[in-house]
Design a protein around this ligand. Structure first.
Ligand code: F6R
Length: 615
């Protein structure tokens, strides 16, 4: 949700900012802009739409850009004010000497704007960000000190911000400040960076300082100073970032989504690594600080998450209840926050998030912490805000996920839930030891079984081709694969814009069956030998009787369904309880190939952004 990069140093400033924004573009693509310090001036360039437009604009204006020595850049996902050129960042003040880029939402911007208008400020945009530009400029006119002006200004802001400021009269100084929105300072030699997320800078340095709320960074090419909002200097640790630049290349795949789908076997091996290596040994989750005593005192587990992570949570509920016999509730983070009585000190609250920055989930987690619940975070970003709030942590190690549609982070979250449910079962001794061994053995086989799926994409491509012209789909299942139905439908919706709904198969006859005819395909996920198979099959027969086209996603040992279904997609044989870690893969691919046939922008679907840092 918007991306920021700032740079002061020896390299070509435009290239560094552009590269940084390219690596952040998955966070928003409504508009893009840069402010450059060049020839003693602040020069601002902005364009509407994707970053390529900014590249073209900079190319067009290359004769007027000489030797910039520092700069700030931004890509926007519109919140306040439509996606328009005037609302694009950087924003500036009346005199044009100051440039500012901002992620987040300023809640009191209307009041501040009115005050500033009374003081003579002229606003050009509808954004909350422009308020910060005028505010800092106004403070600077009084203090004549940019650092102090930023400090005084942020004290007046309510809401969330990560801001970068530069001023014509303060050469090559970039000031960053944050509250409830991520920001880091990356350290190089004769160069320093500010960014809203690691991909922006990972190609240049792996050393970084994460800013905490209410901290301000004053950055030049040779110095970094971090203070609180009173100006007291704070000593911060320099951390070594865990990511490799290779994660940011498509490595020959047409899209990041396809590459990330193919990474899933290795991602799962990574998640299992060090946690489950021997079927006779217990699962090891070093950063989960919940012992037998705590588990005994728990009266329930509450899992909160959004979107795809919410679907992983639904499978997680099923697993923890099934393996460890603990009651689990799952709720969308944005709804959890209105529930007054559901959490207390005897509730374990599990937050699930790929990015670890989702505002809805962070708010919900803070609420749970205020009720003294133990908070366990399952995230792909152990360096995130959410991870910093955790009492216990499961880092899912999927690597940077660039495609806006989550794929590998979902399977990594699922595998983490298998490990957690087994871990709880081992502490509580709730599973038969032979079953436990069988489960672990099968879990270890999953990566190579996904490789089998990925080795033959022809049936999925054919299915995609046959069904790409349909406007509506229903995905059905029961039990643990209901989560897969929801997730498969979400994937199709978000990248192809086709209306797809995940539904409990048994609920079809209670309403949605009324919609069924030959124009509404039904995709059913059913695994032979499982406890739901026969009933899902009956529900499919009901759909067939209403002329719906039927697609089955089943396993290779299911031999007698070809006569009922129009198309049958298969995964290798697997116990039903473990199947969600595999059934999601053909559905990711189906969504991918349908979107491809329809010519959609797979990696950057319209209206979406990767991490949603507004509520
Ligand atoms: C779907 C997708 C979103 C996210 C949701 C939560 O493909 O990516 O639905 O799952 O915005 O994001 P995280 O997991 O980062 O909290």
């Amino acid at each position: 949700m918007c991306g920021i990069v700032g740079y002061a140093g020896k390299r070509d400033v435009v290239s560094v900012l552009f590269k940084g924004l390219t690596n952040l573009e998955y966070r928003g693509y409504d508009s893009a802009g840069m402010a450059l310090r060049d020839d003693g001036e602040i020069k601002i360039y902005k364009t509407l739409g994707k970053l390529i437009n900014l590249k073209n604009e900079l190319e067009l204006k290359k004769n007027e850009i000489h030797h910039p020595t520092s700069g700030i850049g931004h890509i926007r996902w519109a919140t306040h004010g439509s996606p328009s050129l005037v609302n694009a960042h950087p924003h500036t003040c009346n005199c044009g000497k100051l440039a500012i880029v901002h992620n987040g939402i300023i809640e009191n911007y209307k009041e501040l704007r009115e005050e500033l208008i009374k003081k003579g400020c002229t606003f050009k945009s509808q954004t909350d960000t422009e308020t910060i530009a005028h505010l800092v400029a106004n403070e600077y006119s009084i203090t004549k000190n940019l650092e102090e002006a930023v400090r005084n200004s942020v004290k007046k802001l309510q809401g969330a911000y990560a801001v970068c400021v530069m001023h014509k009269d303060v050469p090559d100084v970039i000031i960053g400040a944050r509250k409830h929105a991520p920001m880091l300072v990356a350290i190089g030699e004769d160069e320093n960076f500010i960014a809203s997320d690691t991909p922006a800078i990972i190609e240049y340095t792996k050393k970084a300082i994460y800013l905490d709320d209410n901290e301000i960074a004053v950055v030049t090419k040779n110095s970094v100073k971090i203070t609180d909002t009173e100006g007291n200097e704070i000593k911060k640790n320099i951390e070594i970032l865990p990511f490799e630049p290779a994660a940011l290349s498509k490595q020959g795949y047409k899209h990041f989504m396809l590459k990330e789908i193919h990474e899933q076997p290795d991602v799962i091996r990574n998640v299992l690594n060090g946690k489950l290596f021997d079927i006779d040994a217990p699962v090891i989750l070093n950063e989960v600080k919940i012992d037998a005593d705590t588990l005994k005192k728990l009266n329930k587990i509450k899992i909160i998450a959004c979107g795809t992570s919410l679907h992983a949570a639904l499978a997680g509920k099923y697993l923890i209840e099934d393996f460890a016999g603990i009651s689990v509730e799952v709720e969308a983070s944005s709804e959890y926050i209105y529930r007054k009585t559901t959490t207390d000190a005897s509730t374990l609250v599990i937050g699930v998030s790929q990015s670890g920055e989702t505002a809805d989930t962070i708010t919900a987690i803070k609420q749970a912490k205020s009720k003294n619940s133990h908070v366990l975070i399952i995230t792909n970003r152990p360096d995130s805000n959410m991870a910093r709030l955790a009492d216990s942590l499961i880092p899912v190690n999927a690597g940077i996920e660039v495609s806006v549609a989550a794929t590998k982070s979902y399977t990594a979250q699922l595998i983490s839930f298998y490990l957690l449910a087994i871990h709880f079962a081992e502490i509580k001794n709730t599973l038969d030891s032979e079953f436990l061994k069988h489960l672990k053995h099968e879990l270890i086989q999953i990566p190579s079984k996904i490789e089998t799926i990925l080795s033959d994409l022809k049936p999925i491509k054919e299915c995609a081709k046959k069904f790409s012209s349909y406007k509506n789909f229903i995905y059905i299942s029961r039990g643990i694969n209901l989560a897969t139905a929801y997730e498969g439908a979400l994937k199709l919706k978000e990248i192809s814009y086709i209306n797809a709904t995940g539904y409990p198969a048994g609920e079809l006859k209670h309403g949605p069956i009324a919609m069924l005819d030959e124009t509404m395909p039904v995709l059913a996920i059913l695994i032979p030998g499982g406890i739901t198979y026969e009933k899902i099959l009956s529900n499919c027969e009901e759909a067939k009787a209403r002329n719906a086209k039927l697609i089955a996603l089943t396993s290779s040992d299911d031999t007698n369904i070809d006569s009922i279904f129009d198309i049958v997609l298969r995964i290798p044989k697997v116990p039903e309880i473990l199947s969600p870690a595999m059934t999601c893969v053909p559905l990711q691919l189906l969504a991918y190939f349908i979107a491809e046939y329809l010519g959609k922008d797979v990696d950057q679907p319209r209206n979406l952004a990767k991490s949603v840092t507004v509520e």
